[in-house]
Design a protein around this ligand. Structure first.
Ligand SMILES: Cc1cc2nc3c(=O)[nH]c(=O)nc-3n(C[C@H](O)[C@H](O)[C@H](O)COP(=O)(O)OP(=O)(O)OC[C@H]3O[C@@H](n4cnc5c(N)ncnc54)[C@H](O)[C@@H]3O)c2cc1C
Length: 418
């Protein structure tokens, strides 16, 4: 892989940074490939990279209708954690967290992975019990988890207003110390560069508009740049999983909803961990640049607009200021939305489909950034061997027929509540 060595950094600094070669080629699609991956987000690119690196399958194209990372991977709040209760989720999320730790070195690209920990605040006895159960489950499977008292929380997060007498007094908290954040664009660019260097074609501005099938088997895709044949096709398109799957005649148990996030102007470091609250399903962190990142619940109605509504921004800011009143003087700099494919049990859909050679990796609801390395790894293995890797096997599409749903939040078949 082309190297970002100290020598290269110095040489390019001395020549005004005008002589860097592009990090990946601007590939033109060939007539056919062994594997086509539809979607150049984190999951699609990670899958391509592990197909090439772990399985030697380099005859691969990643097609994106826009620019890579223009979907949810470039729009999320970058929280990485594996504090999941159910065994079916624990395997993949723990494995993924393990991969994050060495990923910058492996890809030779600084992903700015920051193991700053993630704290979930409890505001009642019931919340505390729930978090204690989660911590015990994690400890039993050998994953680090801590419970904090109210005093410890307030000492460690002095900017938080959670004492007795506040709107949402903090009763205690759960913390996963190895959780954290990473720079979302860097994740896309790092995987793209590494996959490209192993021979994968990354084709931007190439929308898939149809599927070619024969006798129940995938033969290729129709795109805005022509027909491309392939032995295997993987749909990895986050907020468009059901529309792209429909091109192959598949109907999925998915509703697509908007999720917003926003950042304030940058300020000096005041918050050195990720804070989530059980009072309002919201999350707050501070970027390395200094911006305060805020996010909360879905907008509340299905949409493909990729543009959020003002009332939800107001809710999110109100929740954040209730917990962090000192942020009230900050200006809001940017807000944006992503389309989240919400499944009926809140867990992703990964694996082969009823169409031979056609695979799906989607339905990530609002939790798929953290799993990019692990899902890419296991999905590549699935594609290479034509059967689900054990880490993604529980997410098979037919689980709604067989009753093996994976309902981490226990909300029932109400996608907007997962
Ligand atoms: C506001 C927000 C906050 C979030 N916060 C977190 C968080 O803190 N932690 C976390 O773990 N997760 C979070 N998520 C979820 C996470 O961002 C996603 O689950 C993850 O990025 C999905 O990655 P992906 O590669 O599957 O999809 P994407 O990054 O969306 O990539 C899919 C790509 O497919 C392309 N595409 C679509 N249709 C076609 C077509 N017909 N032809 C060709 N290409 C096509 C799109 O252009 C897009 O680039 C958040 C999401 C949002 C919106």
């Amino acid at each position: 892989m082309r190297n970002y060595s100290s020598y290269a950094l110095i040489k390019n600094a001395l020549t005004g940074n005008t002589r860097w070669t592009p990090a990946w080629r601007n590939a033109r699609p060939r007539k056919n490939y062994e594997v086509i991956i539809i979607g150049g987000g984190g999951h699609g690119l990670a899958t391509a990279y592990y197909l090439a690196k772990n399985h030697g399958i380099t005859d691969v194209a990643v097609l994106d209708k826009g620019w890579i990372g223009g979907g949810n991977t470039g729009r999320n709040t970058t929280i990485i954690r594996s504090d999941y209760l159910l065994e079916e989720n624990a395997g993949l999320y723990d494995f993924s967290l393990g991969l994050w730790a060495g990923l910058s070195r492996e890809l030779n690209f600084n992903l700015m992975f920051s193991e700053r920990g993630a704290v979930t605040l409890a505001h009642s006895e019931a919340h505390l019990n729930q978090l204690a159960r989660l911590a015990n489950a994690m400890l039993l499977r050998g994953v680090n988890a801590e419970l904090l008292t109210r005093e410890e929380v307030l000492k460690e997060i002095p900017v938080l207003d959670g004492g007795a007498g506040t709107r949402w007094p903090v009763e205690g908290a759960f913390r996963q110390p190895e959780a954290g954040t990473a720079r979302h664009d860097a994740v896309v660019w790092g995987y793209a560069r590494a996959a490209d260097s192993l021979g994968v074609d990354i084709v931007e501005q190439c929308e898939v508009v149809g599927m070619n099938m024969e006798k129940g088997r995938i033969k290729g895709v129709q795109t805005s740049q022509g027909v491309i044949a392939a032995d295997k096709v993987a749909i990895v398109v986050a907020g468009h999983t059901s529309t792209v799957a429909a091109l192959a005649g598949l109907t999925l148990p998915v509703e697509s909803h908007l999720l917003q996030a926003m950042v304030s102007e940058p300020i000096k470091p005041v918050l050195d961990t990720v804070v989530m609250s059980m009072a309002y399903d919201g999350y707050v962190s501070q970027t390395n640049k200094g911006e305060i990142v805020m996010g909360a619940e879905l907008d509340g109605y299905p949409s493909y607009s990729q543009r959020g509504n003002l009332p939800r921004i107001e809710d999110c800011v109100r929740y954040t200021l209730t917990m962090f009143p000192s942020f009230s003087g900050l200006r809001l700099m940017r807000s944006w939305a992503g389309i989240n494919d919400m499944t009926m049990d809140g867990s992703p859909l990964i694996g082969p489909t009823p169409v031979d050679g056609l695979y799906i990796n989607g339905g990530w609801c609002y939790g798929g950034f953290k799993t990019i390395p692990g899902s890419g790894w296991a999905f590549a293995d699935t594609l290479a061997h034509d059967r689900a890797h054990r880490l993604v096997e529980p997410y098979r599409l037919d689980r709604f027929n067989t009753g093996h749903t994976i309902n981490e939040n226990g909300h029932g078949p109400l996608p907007q509540h997962h």
